[in-house]
Design a protein around this ligand. Sequence first.
Ligand code: WTA
Length: 635
Amino acid sequence: MSNYHIKHLEEYFQVYRKSVRNPEAFWEEIAEEHFLWRKKWDKVLSWDFSKPEVTWFEGAQLNITENCIDRHLATRGEKTAIIFEPNNPEEEAQHISYYQLHDKVCRMANVLKEKGIQKGDRVCVYLPMIPELAVTILACARIGAIHSVVFAGFSSNALATRINDSDCKIVITSDGSYRGNKSIDLKGIVDKALEECPGVAHVLVAKRTKSTIEMKNGRDEWLQPLLDAAYGDCVPEIMDAEDPLFILYTSGSTGRPKGMVHTTGGYMVYTAYTFKNVFQYRENDVYWCTADIGWITGHSYIVYGPLANGATTVMFEGVPSYPDFGRFWEVIEKHKVNQFYTAPTAIRALAKQNLEFVENHDLSSLKVLGSVGEPINEEAWHWYNNNVGKKKSPIVDTWWQTETGGIMITPIPYVTPTTPTYATLPFIGIQPALMDEEGHEIMGNQVEGRLCIKFPWPSMARTIWGDHDRYRDTYFTAYKNNYFTGDGALRDAVGYYRITGRVDDVIIVSGHNLGTAPIEDAINEHPAVAESAIVGFPHDVKGNALYGYVILKETGETRDRDNLRNEINQQITEHIGPIAKLDKIQFVSGLPKTRSGKIMRRILRKIASNDVSNLGDTSTLLNPEVVQEIIDNVV
Ligand code: WTA
C-alpha cells in the first residue's frame, strides 16, 4: 500500500499517525518507492538537536536531476516540463519538454565544467525569471556544484555580501531583466558588486533585454554561444544524500544574512511528497506558482518538487499588474492552469481592482488555490475563494520557511476542511509544538504560543553556511530539543493552527522577510544619521510596511527633512534593494530604551500602528520623556 497520495481525511490521520509513530519506517517507504537512488541508505535518520546534527538517508547516493529529469524521459519525454510565460504577453510562451530540458541542463552543466566548476564549488545565480534560471540551478545539481540564487531585486551591495559569504567562483546573470514596462540593468549591478568580490573569475551572461552592457575582458562571456557549442549530454555526478544541494540566504537578527544550507536526499523526498499532496497534482495538470525562484518557494515548488513528480510547471517572468491587473487570470486561462499558488500581498493588490479583470477570464480549469509567505487575512481569503476559486477550489494556506525547505502546516485540498486564515494541520511527519515564554510546551487546544517543531523532517536546513554556531543559537537554543521557527501561532478547539506572525526582529513586507538590523545598518551609514530603529505597521496591501525612527546627528539637524527621507530610502535601496524601503520616517530626539540600553521596539510598534492606548509601564525606561515626544510627532 502506498502512502504517497492522500485522498481523504481518515487516510490523512492514519498516515500522519504512522509517520509520527515510526518516522524511519515511514520515510524509508516513501523514499524507496518513489525515487531513483544509485545506492540505498545505511540509516534513515540520525539526529541530535543539541548540536544540532541531522542526517537523513545517510550513505545513500543519488543525483537529484536524474529524479527530476532523466527518469521521466522514457514515459514523459515529450511532455512539457516548463512553460515559460514572458513578461510581455505579445511574446510567445515557450514549452520546454522533458527531452529539451535534459538537453539544456546537460549543456549548461558542461559549460560550468569547462569553466572549472567542480563538485562542491559555489555558483552564484543572479537571473530574472527566464528559463536559464531553472536550467542553471539544475545544471549545478547535475555536476554537484552548490547553487546560491540571489533574488534579482537585491542591490549590488547585497549581492556582493552573498557572493563573498559563500565564496562563489562564478556568477550567472543576464544583460537585463523585464518587470512590467520597466527594464533593469542587472549586468550593471553585477559589475558593481564584483568590485568587492575578488574570488569571482567568470561571469556568464544570458541575453534577455539586448541592452548595451559592458563585457569585461577575460571575465565576462555571453552564455548562448557556449551553450551552443557544448555537448548535450552530461553524466550526472553521484552525490551523497547529505551533500549540499544549495545555499539560500534569508534575513536574520544581525546585519549578516544567513546562508541556509539544504542537502540533497531529504530535500528531494520531502519537496516531492509535499508537492504531490498539497497540490493534489495529477498527471497532465498544469501547475503555476507565481513566486520568484530567488526565494525558497520557487526552489521547492517551481523547480524541484514539481519536476520530481514529472509535472508541468509554469515560470512567469512578469508582474501581476502588466499590461493590466488581469494578467494572472489571463495566464491561467491561456495555459489552463489547474493549481495556482501565490502570495497574500498579490491577492490583496488584485482585490483592490475592478472585478472585471477577473470576470473577463475563464478560470474553470482551476482545482486548487494556494497561499504562502505571510498570514492571509480573512478579507483576502474570501475574495480569493469567491472570485478566483468560485467557491469550488479549496485554498491551501501553506505555512513554512526557507529553513524548513518544504511546506509544514497546510490543508490537503479536498481532504482537510479549510477555515479562513488557518494553515490547519501539520503535514505528514511534522510534529509542531507551542511553547510558553519559559520554554515549556503548552498542551491541549485553544492555546497560543511560540511555534516550534520537535522532531526532524527530511528537508530541514542542516546548517548556516560557514557558521554552525549561529545555526544552533538561532534555532535550537531558545527551546531545548526543539527547532524554533520565530513565529507565534495558536491552536484552536479542533487542533487547527493559525500563524499569528513573527515574534522576532524579522518583518514580513509583501511576503519578503526583512531583518530590522540590516536596514538599520544601512540607514546608520548615512552621514547625517546617528541612530535608527525600524518596526513594522499594518498595511492593507503589503501586510506590513516599514516605519523608521531616526535620530539625526547635529550636522543633520539643519537639513531639509524630505530630502533626508529620500536619501535614507536611497541608502536602503543601495544596500539591500527597493523592497526594504521605508513607508514612513519620523525624526526623533531619542529612542525609548531599557536601562540596559535595549530599544523597546514594542512601544515603537504600537506608536507606528496608531495604538497608543496601552503602552504599558514606561516609567522604568532610561528616557521615559521621549515616548510622549514620539507620540506627538508621529508621521
Ligand atoms: C511567514 C516562505 C503565515 C512566517 C515560504 C514564516 C507565513 C516566514 C505563511 C518564512 C503562512 C510563511 N501564514 N505566515 N501561510 N507562510 N509565513 O523564509 O512568518 O521567505 O516564518 O519562507 O513567512 O518566510 P520565508
